[in-house]
Design a protein around this ligand. Structure first.
Ligand SMILES: *Cc1c(COP(=O)(O)O)cnc(C)c1O
Length: 358
């Protein structure tokens, strides 16, 4: 009897297309501008020598420091293996597979659908408007049976913030029926836009955060879910017993020290500066059709011939993120903000291309 392993797998897993992470897509580059990482490593030293012991499930110092940083109480903070784990824990705690649904508004972050498909939860999409704001009437029409609405603000890959007035309306629409999850992975680049101060008024609001972007720690895998205590308590029921390894908690606590936060803010100021420079320069390149304002560490641009731009820069070791397959983003590439030198290399490559095409 021959056993087909593929047939043993769950049907939704057989049908699943895994998240196309920048790392999985590969490339031979020396200018990595495809994953919205911080361009330079920040050095840390491990201070704990207790690897014989299991770690704390929710490392106290990390939770206390993140709560202080976010202006909340420790009971409002859950630490997890990146914000990605937070996205999935919410579905596991709140959505019944085969019955409940989640909803999000493309073009947006890819993990909402990947997690839903993996767990076997229906996902509904309501495309964003042309200005990439919410289509509230269309969302209202599709809310029946929805347990979680994921909003990404500022949105990946478009870079814009969602109008706060629209978010308030959506909070009113979902009250008592569904969670509204605001993914704030990039909020450090526009900290005044955070929704954390709204948590006291909305028991169904959840905010996702990460150390992967502005804190320059994508390799650490540490993220946070911020919410009122009843939500956090439910997530604590489904989270793994030891989600953060001891070295992860060690480094996270250092990153969230006063010094660590000051350094992060300096980095953000530099990147915001580089972003303005890059946007100005992009607008002057002949091969660039349109640029989009951004409140993040990346910019989206539409090119006259994006496959050629992508491939030409790829061959020069400059790796960008192709957005052509994302709804509404044909001809678009996303460029992470690197060092000033890296931004200059992008522009030099695009200018050379424009000359060739002319
Ligand atoms: C990068 C990113 C995440 C994932 O963050 P991790 O903490 O690295 O898992 C979540 N949401 C959005 C919108 C992101 O861009």
């Amino acid at each position: 009897m021959s056993l087909n392993i593929e047939d043993l797998a769950r049907e939704n897993v057989r049908a699943l297309t895994p998240y196309q992470s920048a790392r999985r897509l590969g490339g031979q580059g020396d200018v990595w501008l495809n994953a919205n990482e911080f361009p330079l490593p920040v050095p840390f030293e491990l201070s704990q020598q207790t690897l014989n012991r299991y770690p704390e499930c929710q490392p106290k110092l990390v939770i206390e420091r993140y709560a202080a940083y976010a202006g909340l109480q420790p009971e409002n903070v859950l630490a997890s293996r990146g914000a990605d784990e937070g996205i999935e824990l919410l579905m596991r705690a709140f959505c019944e597979p085969g019955k409940d649904a989640i909803l999000f508004c493309p073009p947006t972050y890819g993990m909402y659908s990947v997690s839903a498909e993996t767990i076997g939860i229906e996902y509904r999409t309501v495309p964003a408007l042309d200005n990439w704001q919410l289509n509230l009437p269309a969302i209202a029409d599709k809310l029946e049976g929805v347990k979680i609405v994921y909003l990404c603000s500022p949105n990946n890959p478009t870079g814009n913030l969602i109008n706060p007035d629209d978010i308030r309306q959506l909070l009113d629409m979902t009250a008592g029926k569904a969670l509204l999850v605001a993914d704030e992975a990039y909020i450090e680049f526009c900290p005044e836009a955070t929704l954390t101060s709204w948590l006291k008024d909305y028991p169904h609001l959840v905010v996702l955060r990460t150390l992967s972007k502005a804190f320059a720690l994508a390799g650490l895998r540490c993220g946070f879910t911020l919410a009122n205590k009843p939500v956090i308590d439910l997530l604590l029921k489904v989270i793994a017993p030891y989600p953060l390894a001891t070295p992860v908690a060690d480094v996270a606590a250092q990153a969230l020290s006063e010094q660590g936060i000051t350094l992060m803010r300096e980095h953000v100021a530099q990147l915001n500066d580089n972003r303005s420079w890059l946007l100005t320069q992009l607008a002057q390149c002949a091969c660039v059709e349109q640029t989009f304002a951004s409140d993040t560490n990346y910019v989206l641009a539409r090119f006259t011939d994006s496959p050629t731009v992508f491939k030409t820069l790829w061959d020069q070791g400059i790796i960008l993120r192709d957005q052509n397959k994302n709804p509404g983003l044909s001809g678009c590439l996303r460029i992470s903000i690197g060092t000033r030198e890296e931004c200059e290399r992008v522009i030099a490559a695009l200018q050379a291309l424009s000359v060739e095409q002319a």
